[in-house]
Design a binder for this molecule. Structure first.
Ligand SMILES: Cc1cc2nc3c(=O)[nH]c(=O)nc-3n(C[C@H](O)[C@H](O)[C@H](O)COP(=O)(O)OP(=O)(O)OC[C@H]3O[C@@H](n4cnc5c(N)ncnc54)[C@H](O)[C@@H]3O)c2cc1C
Length: 417
């Protein structure tokens, strides 16, 4: 079966326009760095500049309403846009702005004043936003929030926030905004006691402590052919009597769980239209299996390793085709809330298996850098590091819980990343 994707004449015209734009607008010196530990501030600034230029053109939020600075493009055009960025090997921003997760709830639950205030800077790529959901006692069990946002006793339009978040951020601190999940009522039933804010990052009483990790992103960010992610630093954020005005509350003060599940749907890939990235690691690995004499010899002498090699290829094709299926579902307006977590779960599980299969084929070559013996530079090591980190955007167990709920066989609505 031929799964190749070819443009119609009209799509080719648009693709040409995109290619021209890329040639003229991608900042000089911008590169895709695979290893989060090597990401520099200068590269991050170039990526932000690209985001702002895309925002100006309306292509940062290409599918959203032009009223607030989106591009108003249909699914077909968005697909071409992502395909051309993929071909040019340029990651598509905004990776630095977690407010993208909250655009849906802002549009559906926000006041007109909030839409006017929040959306244009997000759509223009001007703001950085951290997602502040996880707490020491609220990871997979996301609803178990202990960070309180309680109404000020005298000034009722303010909330007072106390508590802490962990494993958050990942960009250069402080961010412009905090997408902040809190507990607004200590007595109300679970899921009915939460409030979500899109609050300024510079509020008095907020303190931020870096938490360097060996990896800061997901495996899919490392194996994608167009890589971009934050440097390998997450943060702890502490709130000490922080005063926030109710104008920063998204929805009502009991709507937090509804907003959370909508943001997680986006985080898990819901509503995204675009070409799934080529699996860069698999492509490099298969190239080496074909043409590197040392690896070819290993395969000839150990024919059982061919099975590991083929597993890697088949697994990556399944991942790619599921990505295409999800893109088609979103583009066709078909709601399938299980589809994003299904691909997320598959990607995590396949990633672990892929690393094991590649390690078997490469054998001692996994310990080397450079293409003479192994993959390029430290590619295997970087992939292994990311592949061992299952937590970002929800552990495999969390994904299974979300899928079961989406299929209405779980205990209750919602789920956690
Ligand atoms: C690199 C990285 C980046 C991150 N970025 C962010 C971010 O930007 N913003 C943010 O808010 N959070 C972020 N997180 C936090 C991430 O979402 C959590 O780590 C994740 O949700 C898991 O929560 P936890 O670490 O508390 O683990 P726990 O919830 O304590 O889980 C520990 C283990 O128990 C299992 N488990 C827990 N509950 C169940 C259950 N009911 N059934 C079966 N098994 C279960 C889990 O699967 C896991 O294996 C990040 C984490 C990492 C590592």
């Amino acid at each position: 079966m031929d799964f190749s994707l070819e443009y119609t004449e009209e799509q080719e015209d648009f693709a040409k326009e995109v290619r021209e734009w890329i040639k003229e607008n991608v900042p000089a010196g911008l590169v895709n760095l695979r290893d989060p530990i090597k990401k520099t501030y200068e590269q991050w600034q170039l990526r932000r500049e690209l985001g702002r230029r895309l925002g100006k053109k309306g292509w940062l939020y290409a599918g959203l309403s032009s009223q607030y600075g989106g591009g108003g493009l249909d699914a077909e055009h968005r697909f071409v846009l992502s395909q051309e960025f993929e071909k040019a090997e340029i990651g598509y921003p905004p990776f630095y702005d977690s407010a993208r997760l909250a655009v849906g709830p802002i549009l559906s639950l926000g006041t007109d004043e909030q839409k006017e205030r929040f959306l244009p800077p997000i759509f223009r790529g001007e703001v950085t936003t951290w997602q502040l959901f996880t707490e020491p006692e609220a990871g997979t069990d996301e609803a178990n929030q202990q960070t309180d946002a309680l109404r000020h006793e005298k000034e009722g339009e303010y909330f007072i926030i106390n508590g802490s978040k962990i494993f958050v951020g990942g960009l250069y601190a402080p961010p412009d905004q905090l997408l902040l999940l809190t507990r607004s009522d200590r007595e109300a039933p679970r899921h009915d006691n939460l409030a979500m804010f899109l609050a300024p990052g510079n509020l008095e009483g907020v303190s931020i402590t870096p938490l360097p990790l060996f990896v800061s992103g997901t495996l899919s960010q490392v194996i994608g052919s167009t890589v971009d992610q934050a440097p390998a630093v997450k943060h702890q954020v502490f709130f000490d009597d922080v005063k926030v005005h109710e104008r920063y509350l998204i929805g009502g003060e009991r709507d937090g769980w509804r907003v959370t599940t909508a943001t997680l749907d986006v985080e898990h890939g819901g509503g995204q239209v675009g070409v799934p990235p080529e699996n860069y690691v698999v492509t490099r690995f298969l190239d080496q299996c074909r043409s590197n004499p040392k690896i070819v010899k290993r395969l000839e002498e150990n024919p059982q390793l061919l099975e590991n090699m083929v597993n890697v290829y088949i697994g990556s094709e399944i991942q790619r085709l599921w990505g295409l299926r999800n893109s088609w579902l979103s583009g066709s307006g078909i709601r399938a809330p299980y589809a994003g977590p299904q691909l997320g779960l598959y990607t995590k599980m396949f990633g672990g298996q892929m690393i094991a299969d590649i390690a078997r084929v490469l054998g001692p070559c996994t310990f080397t850098e450079g293409t003479e013996w192994g993959l390029e530079e430290d590619l295997f090591e970087v992939t292994q590091r990311a592949g061992l980190c299952f937590a970002p955007a929800g552990t495999p167990e969390a994904q299974k819980i979300i899928i079961s709920r989406a299929l209405t066989i779980g205990r209750q609505p919602g789920g956690r990343s």
